[in-house]
Design a protein around this ligand. Structure first.
Ligand code: ADP
Ligand code: MG
Length: 399
């Protein structure tokens, strides 16, 4: 386990100023936040610091203002949602650094919470500008990063600043890093990885990293078609990246050498048109797909075989649905395997970690998101971690 400091390593913080990087990048509709998950995730850290008597200054980005102020991307728009989740009043501060922030701190009492303006209004943020980081750090006594989802970017508020102040992982960051470490850093073996989704091209680096790490690589979704085609299977009209046949073969070879068993489906669910419950729906062996059919889910036999694989494993990491799960009945395999994983997790025989926008949606759809050991909502950062990359925001906390 990589060493990073947590809130447990903080001494007395009463009256001290905590600069806390959080993810407040919530989806908005008609001026209202439509999903509070990200705020809920960082609330424990904010409240813990406030209750310990720190003056808490929140640092966050919101949308893509590209280094300029934008009235529609001000964090003042998110203040109400933050207050609703925290159950506390906050102070919106229209700057990120400088005398206005200093004056606000003069008014704030221990335990008060301030929301600094959108870090991306300043061009130096995305450039990881040391001068901007210095200006922000000047108003704080210590730095806490609780935004794993922003940790794959080396920005002033995620990377540079962590070198200027004593830096700590917040509770959400700590939980995420521990879960990810249990899944791939230092997992109990055997480890199974499910990689699904639409295209091989978006997850090449993930596949290449995983074949050297896990004992079972389960490939589903549209990307399974590319692997099947590379092995000479006629996949008809299926979503398939034929130009990646060589790449797919190379991944299979690497897996072979590394002792990683790759599981491709041997039966599939096909249809002539992509629609809900289409009349042409049928299940067949992968070698029986007609020229005018497309593979939209893996079949029941394959799903059962995969469930048996999971039963022999101690750890599961999952990114990407096994089929076009938004359209019934092509959610069947994803839902079934997710439920198996959830049941094994509940029994205590499997540590299960999942991430990815559509994967998280699929697990909620299957009703099992809460049963997984950990579900990451970090998106890009989760994928980069699956690729085995070092995330700059995390590295800055550990050095
Ligand atoms: P995540 O967001 O979890 O990383 P992806 O974005 O890579 O996942 O992939 C999800 C998408 O893949 C879904 O929209 C799903 O419909 C699509 N998909 C899965 N299997 C197939 C398939 N056989 N044919 C076409 N699309 C598929
Ligand atoms: Mg997606």
């Amino acid at each position: 386990m990589m060493a990073f400091r947590t809130l447990d390593d903080l001494g007395d913080v009463r009256g001290k100023v905590a600069l806390v990087r959080v993810d407040l990048n919530v989806p908005m509709q008609d001026g209202r936040a439509t999903d509070l998950t990200r705020i809920e995730a960082v609330a424990p850290t904010i409240l813990e610091l406030a209750d310990a008597g720190a003056k808490v200054l929140l640092l966050a980005h919101f949308g893509r203002p590209k280094g300029e102020r934008s009235s529609t991307l001000s964090l003042s728009l998110v203040q109400g949602a933050v207050e609703a989740v925290l159950g506390r009043e906050t102070m919106y501060i229209s700057e990120l650094a400088g005398p206005i922030v200093q004056q606000s701190l003069g008014i704030m009492r221990p335990g008060d919470i301030g929301i600094l303006e959108n870090t991306r209004f300043w061009a130096g943020e995305e450039k990881n500008d040391p001068e901007l980081a210095k200006a922000i750090a000047a108003n704080g006594d210590f730095y806490v990063n609780d935004a794993f989802s922003a940790a794959h970017r080396a920005h002033a508020s995620t990377e540079a600043i962590a070198h200027l102040l004593p830096a700590y992982a917040g509770r959400a960051m700590e939980k995420e890093l521990k879960a990810l470490d249990a899944a791939l850093g230092n997992p109990e073996k055997p480890v199974a990885a499910v990689v699904g989704g639409a295209k091989v091209s978006t997850k090449l680096a993930v596949l290449e990293h995983l074949v050297g790490k896990v004992q079972h690589l389960i490939i589903g979704g549209g990307m399974a078609n590319t692997f099947l085609a590379a092995r000479g299977v006629d996949v008809g009209k299926s979503l398939c990246e034929h130009d990646l046949a060589k790449t797919a073969e190379a991944i299979l070879d690497t897996a072979d050498q590394a002792g990683c068993t790759v599981h491709l489906p041997y039966d599939v669910v096909v249809a002539k048109e992509f629609a809900a419950n289409p009349p042409s729906l049928r299940t067949c062996n992968v070698h029986e797909v007609a020229a005018d059919e497309m593979i939209l889910d893996i079949g029941p036999q394959a799903t059962e075989a995969l469930a048996d694989v999971l039963k022999t494993c101690r750890t599961l990491v999952w990114n990407g649905p096994l089929g076009a799960f938004e359209t019934p009945p092509f959610d069947t395999a994803t839902v079934a395997l997710a439920r198996t994983a959830a049941a094994l997790t509940r029994e205590g025989s499997l540590v299960s970690v999942a991430g990815g926008g559509d994967t998280v949606a699929a697990l909620h759809h299957a009703g099992v998101a809460a049963d997984f050991s950990y579900v990451s909502t970090a998106g890009g950062a989760f994928l980069e971690w699956m690729e085995g990359k070092e995330l700059p925001g995390v590295a800055a906390l550990t050095s």
